[in-house]
Design a protein around this ligand. Sequence first.
Ligand SMILES: [Zn+2]
Length: 151
Amino acid sequence: MRAHLSSEQISEWLAYDCAPDVDQHIRQCAQCAVETKRLKNLLGVFRSSAIAWSALHKDAEAPNRWKPPEQRRGFFIGVPRWKLAAAMLAIVLFASVYKNLSDRRREAEAFKADVQLWEEVNAQVSRQVPASMEPLMKLIAWEPEANEYNQ
Ligand SMILES: [Zn+2]
């Protein structure tokens, strides 16, 4: 097992922002587990006292971000509005760019299909006899000059 966790790693674990191996270390190492539990309880006591204080002082209500995640209301509470607006703008821009690209691709495919159809129709129209008649035409030698001499 590697060395015990640093205070920075423990802080990241407390903020639910740690690497998977840190979480695994806490589960396997009794010393680090005790330390993280002690700090978590200490933070819980501090949070509770701050919320209780703000409950007594109605004009100074605790911000939603101070509350533990399970007590917060709404999914986007605590996220600054400009971040939500930027995320929405990025989604809209991405969707419009993607739609524009897929429309262009669809138009290009339709154009190719039109060109192919045009070439097929042109080839059919420019034939002297229909394709189904070609085997018969090979049996009959068409020589108009020869017919004129026979008359
Ligand atoms: Zn440890």
